[in-house]
Ligand binder design. Structure first.
Ligand code: FAD
Length: 530
């Protein structure tokens, strides 16, 4: 491995690997330094119990930009998406909603709860799609500077204005509500049945830690409208072998282009000379020099830990300290000796509902209660939970036939706990509470449970380097997005530190397995280094 590179990348998450690929395609020499033994960051597959593997952090794909898939030839290197078209919403009272690609089925399913809400859902998603397409149109573009003075900034701001201008009056109103409104306003306007209200409320929670009454929190509803899978708009899927297959494919693609990837290489600090980033020092004392440094780590870690406030403009440093990071998420992976037998849809042979994304949520009020509980420093009990049984669609995840893995994303679970207890004290107790709760929907759960992994917000921070357990490298709220992500002086991937760039989810367009910040950052770096 060479000691000097054009660009040194801190972190081998999917965005760092994406940046590495594009920079190498642009003819630069690149080195990726990853602190863990494996690349992938939060898009990783690991054995969490002997014989049981899973996407242990992120678990569904849709946001990954098709441009990244094609340009990095990810399919050639092993990326294989598996469509996930069903969604199940079971209730404790035995009711359920099972949606799939069949409109007649969906109409009948929603009619179990309301005569009006099926049409309302269609109207609502039409608006969300319309607004979502404006948002996704911005994902692979550098956001305009807030302090725009140049002709380029003027043109990009004008282009965005044209997109808004094309919307009809009602869509403009809805756009405003989706961008800066509270989810509850939209839910109250469109939906009457508690079941559909719960479903829509839950749709804006995975990347949020917010009250349903919080202005700005509705924006997360759009996150689900901007995705696609294999050309199908709005579709979600699994990845054969887990999400780690995406990042392994990215790593193989990068290595084929000559990128050096070093694992077990934790960066301690960015080396500064004459006010410029000129490389990094590893925890073991190695210094690796580069003409530029790109950080895939989150903004807090990058600026406050690796660079240090003494090298930052004062106002910038205090803004980064105030940048909000927390998603109040707890992730469990369950190893199962058999198939979950749902109370609402009994049976232990694979049926449609097993091949679904599953949302254990009783009502919009439960989501609000979970938020308020977490805000008071306590884990929500019960939490609302997004679940999956990926092994039903991907048999590569377990060694033995008929065994399964189940993913649970449980919310809200605060990073800061009230009182003296730490997450290390209560991890097991909270995991057991969660299992007890899921067992109410799946009565055979404890009979088939052979092991589990519980990643609390603190574990997400320790394992993946996600400050305060934030799964998106910073809350996705209006003042932390677009031209202000993570700060107006660092929103175009360059930073106030000459030679230092951001290439991770803390930059536009934010979190999720998208490849977008990585691709945009590479374009910026290539422009600056040519
Ligand atoms: C529990 C969970 C569930 C999620 N679910 C989904 C989902 O289903 N679908 C979806 O699209 N998104 C999901 N997300 C969000 C998504 O996974 C992340 O936003 C995204 O993967 C972040 O990618 P990244 O490359 O920007 O950063 P990361 O994946 O965080 O990568 C940053 C890398 O930098 C490394 N690093 C940090 N510090 C150092 C250091 N000092 N030296 C060297 N390396 C360092 C880290 O180890 C890591 O590999 C989820 C995230 C989590 C945690």
């Amino acid at each position: 491995m060479k000691a000097d590179y054009d660009v040194v990348i801190i972190g081998g998450g999917h965005n760092g690997l994406t940046t590495a690929n594009y920079l190498a395609m642009g003819g630069l020499s690149v080195c990726v330094l990853e602190r863990r033994h494996i690349v992938g960051g939060a898009a990783v597959s690991e054995e969490f119990h002997p014989g049981f593997r899973n996407s242990i952090a992120s678990y569904v794909v849709s946001l990954l930009r098709p441009e990244v898939v094609n340009e990095l030839e990810l399919k050639k290197y092993g990326y294989e998406p598996i469509p996930l078209s069903n969604s199940l919403y079971p209730d404790l009272n035995g009711d359920y909603l099972l949606l799939n690609e069949d409109e007649a089925n969906n109409q009948a399913e929603v009619a179990k709860f309301s005569n009006r809400d099926y049409d309302a859902l269609n109207e609502f998603y039409e608006v969300v799609d319309q607004v979502g397409s404006i948002v996704s149109g911005q994902w692979l573009k550098e956001p305009p500077k807030l302090s725009a003075r140049g002709i380029g900034d003027l043109i990009s701001a004008a282009k965005l204005g044209v997109d808004f201008y094309k919307l009809d009056d009602d869509a403009r109103h809805r756009l405003l509500q989706l961008f800066v409104g509270a989810p509850i306003t939209l839910i109250n306007k469109w939906f009457e049945s508690p079941k559909i209200r719960a479903m829509v409320a839950a749709s804006c929670t995975p990347a949020n830690y917010a009250s349903l009454h919080q202005p700005g929190a509705a924006m997360a509803m759009l996150h689900h409208a901007v995705g696609e899978l294999d050309g199908q708009k709005g579709a979600w899927g699994l990845v054969k072998g887990g999400m780690g297959s995406i990042t392994q494919a990215m790593a193989k693609s990068a290595m084929a282009k000559g990128v050096d990837i070093r694992t077990d290489a934790a960066v301690k600090r960015v080396v500064m000379e004459n006010g410029r980033a000129v490389g990094v020092e590893l925890e073991d004392g190695d210094i690796i020099r580069g003409k530029a440094v790109a950080s895939n780590a989150d903004p807090n870690r990058t600026f406050l830990q690796f660079v240090g406030e003494e090298h930052l403009p004062e106002g910038f440093a205090s803004d980064i300290r105030a940048y909000r990071m927390e998603s109040a998420s707890l992730r469990m992976n369950l190893a199962l000796s058999g198939l979950p037998d749902f109370a609402c849809l009994p049976g232990t042979s694979v049926q449609e509902h097993h091949k679904s994304s599953i949302m254990f949520v009783e009502s919009a009020e439960q989501i609000e209660e979970a938020y308020l509980t977490a805000r008071s420093g306590k884990p929500a009990n019960p939490p609302f939970i997004e679940a999956l049984i990926p092994s039903v669609l991907d048999q590569t995840l377990t060694d033995e036939p008929e065994t399964h893995v189940m993913s649970l994303l449980c919310k809200y679970m605060p990073y800061d706990l009230a009182g003296e207890q730490t997450w290390d004290d209560i991890r097991e107790q909270v995991a057991e509470q969660i299992i007890d709760h899921v067992q109410k929907y799946i009565p055979n759960l404890r009979d088939i449970l052979v092991g589990y992994q519980c990643l609390t917000p603190l574990d997400l921070e320790r394992k993946f380097g996600l400050t305060r357990g934030d799964i998106c490298h910073g809350r996705l709220e209006p003042d932390q997005l677009f031209s202000a992500r993570p700060h107006p002086d660092a929103a175009q991937y360059g930073t106030p530190v000459p030679g230092l760039f951001l290439c991770g989810s803390g930059a536009h367009p934010g979190g999720g397995v998208t490849g977008a910040p990585g691709r945009n950052a590479a374009q910026r770096i290539l422009r600056e280094m040519k």
